[in-house]
Design a protein around this ligand. Structure first.
Ligand code: GLY
Length: 400
């Protein structure tokens, strides 16, 4: 018996002194180092190509075997500069600060963009991280100006920020008056931060109003969400609910569920209103109890896609969910295990590209929009961005 107790105590001591075992078995601190190494190589190649071009290019995806670069008013323009900042944070290597600064400052005029709602993604992922890591006051001004631009899209009668203009070209004519997409939850972080920076609660009130309307109108009884809710901007009524990027109006588009989960986590962080945490938990339960969620926790592009299991996965949705769950794990510790499991899957050969392939993006197998026949089973800059953010959050939780 004594011998058994001695062996048991020694094993316990060895186990508790091994820093790698501070974290779940599925996603260790060593895995973070491995991922950062691979990301350094992939993004290093990406930067080299850009620098060799002599221009400031912003990569979004791969199309016909070629890297697709986007203009600064594309909704994804903040992600590549933002990835530079996460690389700087993860490695402390000044070279990422240099590129982060250069590619972020190239977005300066985006602060005046008023023709769609995505300015939150664009400015907060780039300038938001830049300010967080450098405290450069000029970046604060950009963030505040961007919040002013986003606020011009607030429709008081409905209490929401209008996502797209009613006549948005690529959507065709839908007869919408004030379409709001679930993605818009991601733009609220810019408003919360700008409110603190400008010492002006107007932005915060807009964010809270939008979150409350979304909670009331965008979610179904089963706690999945519609992609689009169209409001009457004169009297505030809901005019219709449908999808643009999901399989069907009544289906659960995977990235939409991810945006909602992440967005309500941010709202809880900023307000401590328990309704937002409850909403995030309900979304979690919908996602992870769904019969179509695969064992590796990388969702199909839509939970109701007709040919599951023969449907594309969406690694971008998985990365957004993982990052959101690391944040939520501060309030719901059990969520960390789920996030770890997602990150272990994303870091496997099934989703993480071999260095030198995949157009120098880190992750494979994301989906942009199947109904638009666009970006199906491709790398996407936002999948990489949220993957890096999740790595950083995990490191801060467990591996510092
Ligand atoms: N915000 C657009 C998308 O998620 O595809």
């Amino acid at each position: 018996m004594k011998k058994f107790l001695l062996i048991a105590s020694i094993s316990f001591l060895i186990f508790s002194c091994n820093t790698d075992n501070k974290t779940s078995e599925t996603f260790t601190c060593q895995k973070i180092t491995e991922n950062v190494d691979i990301a350094s190589q992939q993004l290093g190649f990406q930067v080299k190509l850009i620098e060799e071009s002599g221009k400031i290019l912003n990569p979004r995806t791969v199309y016909n075997n070629k890297i697709e670069y986007i203009p600064i008013d594309d909704w994804t323009s903040g992600f590549f500069p933002g990835s530079m900042w996460y690389m700087y944070e993860l490695t402390k290597d000044e070279k990422w600060k240099t590129t982060g600064t250069k590619y972020t400052e190239a977005l300066d005029s985006v602060k005046y963009l008023k023709w769609h709602h995505d300015i939150g993604f664009m400015i907060y992922c780039s300038y938001g991280n830049a300010y967080r890591l450098t405290q450069n006051p000029a970046y604060k001004d950009v963030i505040i100006e961007a919040a002013k631009s986003l606020s011009t899209r607030f429709r008081p009668a409905a209490g929401v920020i209008q996502s797209w203009d009613e006549d948005r070209g690529w959507q065709g004519t839908k007869g919408w008056m004030c379409p709001v997409i679930i993605d818009n939850m991601m733009n609220l972080e810019l408003l919360f931060e700008a409110s603190k920076m400008a010492n002006d609660t107007t932005f915060r009130h807009i964010a809270i109003s939008h979150a409350n309307a979304t909670m009331e109108h965008q979610y179904r009884k089963d706690n999945s969400c519609y992609h689009v809710v169209d409001y009457d901007k004169i009297n505030g009524d809901v005019r219709g609910k449908c999808t643009a990027q999901g399989y069907a109006d009544e289906s659960a588009w995977a990235r939409g569920q991810a945006w909602g989960l992440y967005g309500f986590a941010v709202c809880y962080r900023e307000t401590k209103d328990p309704r937002y945490l409850e909403m995030a938990e309900k979304i979690y339960n919908f996602i992870f109890n769904h019969k179509n969620m695969p064992a590796d926790l990388i969702p199909y592009w839509d939970f109701d896609a007709p040919n599951i299991p023969n449907e594309p996965r969406d690694a971008s949705a998985a990365a957004v969910i993982a990052s959101g769950l690391y944040e939520l794990s501060e309030y719901k510790p059990e969520y960390k295990k789920t996030a770890d499991k997602i990150m272990a899957s994303l870091s496997s050969d099934a989703y993480r590209a071999i260095v030198g392939t995949n157009g120098n993006f880190i992750l494979m197998h994301s989906v942009g929009s199947i109904p638009h026949d666009a970006e199906i089973d491709v790398p996407l800059n936002y999948a990489d961005y949220y993957f890096l953010e999740a790595l950083m959050r995990k490191r801060n939780l467990d591996c510092k």
